[in-house]
Design a protein around this ligand. Structure first.
Ligand code: FDA
Ligand code: NAP
Length: 440
């Protein structure tokens, strides 16, 4: 990254996962449309290098969207940043087509994202955690065209401040643990799974439990069953059995770009219908292929009269106590919610995530951001937080907008279109501001 700390950027992105990577590319492509579309942007990422949910890069995990829902194709099918361009550059396009599969592995998609980010690397600062966004000292919103970001070097070595006209917050989902449960060396959240697993001695893991009935839980249960042939694997699931993720064509339409308008401009009743009928496209559900793959293992064990994969269904974790090297887990089990305690060597909580929450980052600035009657941010169609009218800078959200823009908010499905809309909004607002400033 070039050292341009004293410049004022048009936009600074906080977090550099797929969302802001897609935005960096949209800005790059906008530049090609003429100097008036040129946007000066910089992105901060706290990880030392690019990584997309690295701790869940399990060998057989596949993508949950078509490869055509990559960083660009829905906005610009001729983009040089597409998944197909990546395959071509890697010399694998014919083999990929021969494989006849819309859903690459997460490992291959990760390689694609790494390839894409390397082409915009001059705009990314890795190892940089944004601590706060604020107005310049002593100014009111109506007096400032810029915001300041305080950024810490991840090594703890230093801090710097950068100035920007707009900020795009994309800090990702926040891991959620069962109530009364803290993470430690034997109690893990799925978001840290592989890093933790690699630090343990597999021979010591004889009784492991995976909590949750979502995609993460099923993938981890399968991984542990395969990796630990000497171990008993317990699936602690709140449902009666894993339920399938609906990815049939009509239901899948809720991830189409047009569905964002239907949700955004819809009535409360419309929005409620989206959730009531289609939550099972994404939450607490598992891909059909993973369910069948696991069941095949259960059945093979039946045939051999062994049982290594145990299901505690209709069961929730309500607490964890440490007992020496073991982890004693309190469970509410079965149809009668009987309370039981079981000991495990490791408890993996694949208990999902909370949505992105930028309140802390915004600090004092937050009081200029307007909220609805439920206390959630009001958000414009262009993903800008609705701010008090005197605020001149734009605060955009990529993530955390499920209540306004619908289910794609936390997913990859609509990235290409969304980042194009944000780039366009920044370009248009800048042109309007320049016109206003021009002397009559
Ligand atoms: P993401 O979480 O990827 O990135 C946010 C980044 O911000 C992180 O790199 C983080 O380090 C950084 N950051 C946070 N705070 C910061 C700060 N203060 N300063 C600097 N950097 C900061 N969806 C889908 O549509 N298809 C799929 O196949 C999958 N697969 C999938 C697998 C797994 C295991 C999970 C957990 C989730 C998915 N998802 C998914 C959903 C997932 O939310 C989505 O794939 C993207 O990660 C969303 O990208 P973002 O860039 O918004 O967030
Ligand atoms: P999730 O779908 O939100 O599932 C969390 C699960 O944990 C739910 O079944 C939930 O049950 C359960 N749970 C929560 N608290 C519990 C408790 N105290 N006791 C027992 N169970 C509890 O989360 P996820 O599986 O991590 O998926 C999150 C996102 O990541 C989804 O978009 C998913 O598609 C994606 N993902 C993708 C891949 C891939 O691409 N291959 C892999 C993993 C994840 P309740 O609903 O009853 O609370």
């Amino acid at each position: 990254m070039s050292d341009r700390e004293h410049e004022t950027y048009d936009v600074v992105g906080i977090g550099f996962g797929p969302s802001n990577l897609s935005l960096a590319i949209a800005l790059e492509e906008s530049r090609a449309n003429g100097p008036e579309k040129e946007i000066d942007g910089l992105f901060f990422e706290r990880q030392p290098r690019f990584g997309w949910h690295r701790n869940m890069l399990l060998p057989s995990a596949t993508m949950q969207i078509s490869f055509l829902k990559d960083l660009v194709t829905f906005r610009n099918p001729t983009s040089r940043f597409s998944f197909i361009s990546y395959l071509h550059a890697s010399g694998r396009l014919p083999q990929f087509v021969n494989n006849q599969d819309f859903f690459p592995t997460r490992q291959e998609f990760h390689q694609y994202l790494e390839w894409a980010q390397s082409q915009v690397a001059d705009r990314i600062s890795y190892g940089s955690e944004v601590l706060s966004v604020r107005l310049p000292e002593g100014t009111l919103p109506e007096q400032s065209d810029t915001l300041l970001l305080d950024v810490a070097d991840a090594s703890g070595q230093g801090r710097r401040t950068v100035e920007t006209r707009n900020v795009v917050i994309s800090t990702g989902l926040v891991p959620s643990m069962p109530e009364g449960t803290e993470r430690d060396e034997r109690v893990w959240h799925s978001s840290e799974f592989l890093a933790r697993y690699r630090r343990t001695n597999p021979a010591e893991l004889r009784r492991v439990a995976v909590v949750g009935a979502g995609q993460s839980a099923a993938e981890i249960a399968r991984f542990l069953y395969d990796e630990l042939p000497h171990a008993q694997v317990y699936a602690v699931i709140p449902s009666y059995g894993y339920a399938v993720a609906d990815d049939t064509p009509y239901a899948n339409q809720i991830f189409d770009p047009a569905a964002v308008d239907d949700y955004y401009f819809g009535t409360e009743q419309t929005r409620e219908a989206f959730w009531r009928y289609h939550r099972n496209t994404n939450y607490s559900v598992v891909d059909d292929e993973v369910i069948r793959d696991l069941y095949r293992r259960t059945y093979a064990d039946e045939v051999q009269d062994v049982q290594r994969l145990h299901f505690l269904n209709l069961t929730r974790v309500t607490g964890v106590k440490r007992a020496g090297t073991e982890t004693r887990v309190t469970l509410q089990v079965g149809p009668d919610s009987e309370v039981r305690e079981l000991d495990f060597d490791v408890l993996v909580c694949a208990t999902g995530y909370k949505s992105m929450e930028p309140t802390e980052l915004l600090g004092d600035l937050d009081r200029h951001c307007l909220r609805d009657e439920s206390g959630r941010y009001r958000v414009e169609r262009d993903y800008r937080i609705v701010t008090a009218p005197e605020m001149r800078c734009g605060i955009y959200l990529q993530g955390g907008t499920e209540h306004t823009h619908g289910l794609t908010s936390s997913l990859l499905s609509n990235l290409a279109i969304r980042s194009g809309e944000i780039a366009e909004s920044i370009v248009t607002r800048r042109a309007e501001q320049r016109l206003l400033r021009r002397p009559c």
